[in-house]
Design a protein around this ligand. Structure first.
Ligand SMILES: Nc1ncnc2c1ncn2[C@@H]1O[C@H](COP(=O)(O)OP(=O)(O)OP(=O)(O)O)[C@@H](O)[C@H]1O
Length: 232
């Protein structure tokens, strides 16, 4: 065990919006940590900051116990924006190319395709893929480098119920292997079935952080979540 992500007092202004207003977050290795919050709460901004896509205005960010440097991103897998894919390439071609670029083992490819439920579509071009299939391939590419921290922004977007179930199982399996997983979602049920801890952001500030049980009210997660939002 250990702390994969430690964020303290993070602030970020975007235009006239204070997207993050002093955010603290801790993600432990071997755990799935959920990031919840209404539209515009600052979830994507926070995930972009943690993965080096956006610079904070102030606050501190440590990954794996050391201050953030770009070098540490070697150990971070992230899917925070749409995956960059070439429409004329197949899934296997994408994975072979990325394996070569990153020095990853191409022998991993069949297992990764199976993990994301894309084994049957491995030789089809991306131009024929649905949104959910593009996400699945994006995640497979991300996992090629065997990240110690995996950051996903709404990974169940566009997934069908089977895809959601498979995604939950994949995230739990990765955590069992010691990966720290940080995942944002609007789906409370997905968070409930997948996450160990949860952080709720509202208006760029943390309203709740702790074990999932602590968010529920009378054993009801949705009730607890809405009560938190209503607190103003
Ligand atoms: N490029 C930008 N310029 C100005 N404001 C921005 C920009 N990007 C985001 N914002 C604002 O920053 C705030 C946080 O946005 P962010 O995308 O981080 O929220 P979110 O929690 O991910 O929302 P959603 O659930 O809708 O994806 C919002 O008020 C948003 O309007």
């Amino acid at each position: 065990m250990g702390t994969a992500v430690r964020v303290s007092g993070l602030t970020k202004r975007l235009g006239r919006t204070q997207a993050l207003a002093g955010v603290d977050l801790r993600v432990e290795t071997g755990r799935v940590h959920g990031l919840l919050g209404p539209n515009g709460a600052g979830k994507t901004t926070l995930l972009k900051t943690i993965t080096g896509l956006s610079r904070p205005d102030s606050g501190s960010l440590e990954l794996f116990g050391a201050p953030f440097t770009r070098g540490v991103l070697r150990d971070v897998g992230a899917l925070v924006t749409q995956p960059g894919l070439w429409s004329r390439y197949t899934a296997v071609e994408h994975l072979r190319l990325h394996a070569r670029l990153r020095g990853a083992d191409p022998a991993l490819i069949p297992r990764l395709l199976a993990d994301v439920g894309m084994a049957d579509h491995a030789d089809r071009r991306v131009s024929a893929y649905s949104l959910g299939m593009r996400w699945r391939l994006g995640i497979a590419i991300t996992l090629l480098a065997r990240p110690r921290l995996l950051v996903l922004d709404e990974p169940t977007n566009g997934l069908d119920p089977v895809g959601m179930r498979d995604m939950r199982a994949l995230l739990r399996r990765l955590a069992a292997d010691g990966v720290a997983v940080l995942v944002s979602s609007h789906h409370l049920d997905q968070i409930a079935q997948t996450c160990d801890e949860v952080t709720v952001l509202v208006g760029g500030t943390v309203r709740f952080a702790g074990p999932l049980d602590g968010l529920a009210w009378d054993g009801d997660l949705e009730k607890g979540f809405f009560a938190l939002l209503d607190r103003g």
